[in-house]
Design a protein around this ligand. Structure first.
Ligand code: ATP
Ligand code: MG
Length: 372
């Protein structure tokens, strides 16, 4: 029996717990918001302090990268934390992430770090407009971002950015050149302590209002798959990474640029629960517990649809063939990630047909990315 403590008690910790059970891996979670050790499925408080949970754990890992530094340091000091804290820091600070990508020699959007109004002027001269501005710390799901399109927006955007910089210690803004991408794709992979790497099939990701909506596995593009794998290996190697790592890319004229990395299991890898030999959650646990990695082969065409702000779907969805609903046990809240639907088929064409059937069962206003 392995005891794994996960920092963060959301759906990713929950799905790790579900995937770990068959391997006798017991997952408990630390809710960083309320400072409580909880059961990742029931959210029930465990009568354990964080210090006791750290002592009881064989391995400590994380479901998100915005971990308060004092908590991360405590966990690292125990010698049980995986991946290395450098990876968490790179995922949580866009300045560190950019340096990492440059060092790993992988293509990414040109950027400039902004601390002052004068820096913003230099960024505009260097990168041109339009540009994307992202807070260095704390951004997720498109939050903490601005789009600067024309010169007359500079004043109002700077006012907001200055407030953001002043609001927290060590905050800055990373300006990025606007990338006119053809599509967004991501690669999920896993690396173990002895440097073995396995990657899943690429998926194409469609966002609505900055939040992932639909991920569809890409089949039949071995050149792009290979390109993504090489970039993945370079980044994972640079970090001496242990566990599941996600790379988000922009595709421009068939070439990939890394947008960002996530040092953890990732929303665009949820399809692996039904579409891959071993799901990302199990493989993360295998890697951090020093067990052999599981196969990452695609077993059928698959897609994942996020359920945002809804706590039910018609039973006809459950009745669809090769369709699986995963709820997160959360209280309903507008826009909140409440669950996801994995849907599979024997071929990509049949998968598109399945997605169209799903589109007939789910309202367009809540699921705008389904084909109809
Ligand atoms: P996540 O939920 O993936 O953590 P995030 O808030 O960390 O998101 P990004 O992935 O950096 O932020 O950006 C969110 C979205 O904004 C991207 O998926 C992409 O659609 C768009 N975007 C980001 N950077 C650029 C860019 N340089 N050029 C054009 N569009 C961009
Ligand atoms: Mg992103």
């Amino acid at each position: 029996m392995n005891q794994v403590l996960v920092l963060g008690a959301g759906q990713l910790a929950r799905m790790m717990a579900l995937a770990g059970a068959p391997l006798n891996i017991n997952v408990i979670a630390y809710d960083v918001v309320n400072s409580n050790v909880v059961h990742p499925l029931t959210q029930q408080y465990q009568s354990l302090s964080l210090i006791e949970a750290i002592a009881a754990a064989d391995v400590i890992t994380a479901e998100f990268e915005h971990i308060p530094t004092d908590i991360l340091s405590l966990c690292v000091a125990s010698g049980k934390f995986k991946p290395h804290s450098d990876a968490i820091k790179a995922g949580g600070d866009r300045r560190i992430e950019k340096v990492l990508l440059d060092h790993a020699n992988v293509a990414n959007a040109p950027y400039y770090i902004i601390n002052t109004r004068a820096d913003l002027e230099t960024a505009i001269t260097t990168l041109g407009l339009p540009m994307v501005l992202k807070s260095a710390l704390g951004g997720y799901d498109g939050k903490g971002q601005w789009r600067l399109k024309t010169h007359d927006q500079i004043e109002s955007v700077w006012r907001e950015m200055a407030l953001c910089i002043a609001a927290s210690d060590n905050q800055a803004i990373v300006a990025e050149k606007w990338i006119d991408f053809d599509r967004e794709v991501s690669l999920i992979g896993v690396r173990n302590a002895i440097g073995e790497v396995k990657t899943y099939a690429l998926s194409e990701n469609v966002h609505t209002d900055g939040v992932l909506s639909l991920s569809t596995v890409i089949v039949g593009d071995p050149t792009q798959q290979r390109q993504a794998q090489l970039m993945f290996a370079a980044v994972a190697e640079q970090l001496n990474y242990i566990g599941v790592l996600a790379l988000e890319f922009f595709e421009v004229n068939g070439e990939l640029l890394v947008n960002e990395i996530a040092p953890r299991v990732h929303n665009s890898g949820h399809w692996t629960q039904q579409g891959a030999e071993t799901c990302q959650f199990e493989n993360h646990l295998r890697a951090v517990c020093n067990l052999p990695l599981g196969g990452t082969e695609l077993i059928r065409s698959s897609a994942m649809l996020n359920i945002l702000g809804q706590d039910s779907v018609p039973q006809t969805v459950l009745a669809l063939e090769h369709c699986h609903v995963h709820w997160y046990g959360k209280e309903k809240q507008a826009g909140r990630k409440m669950g996801h639907i994995n849907i599979c088929a024997a071929t990509p064409e049949q998968l598109q047909y399945q997605l169209m059937l799903l589109g007939q069962l789910l309202p367009a206003q809540d699921f705008p990315t389904l084909p109809r």
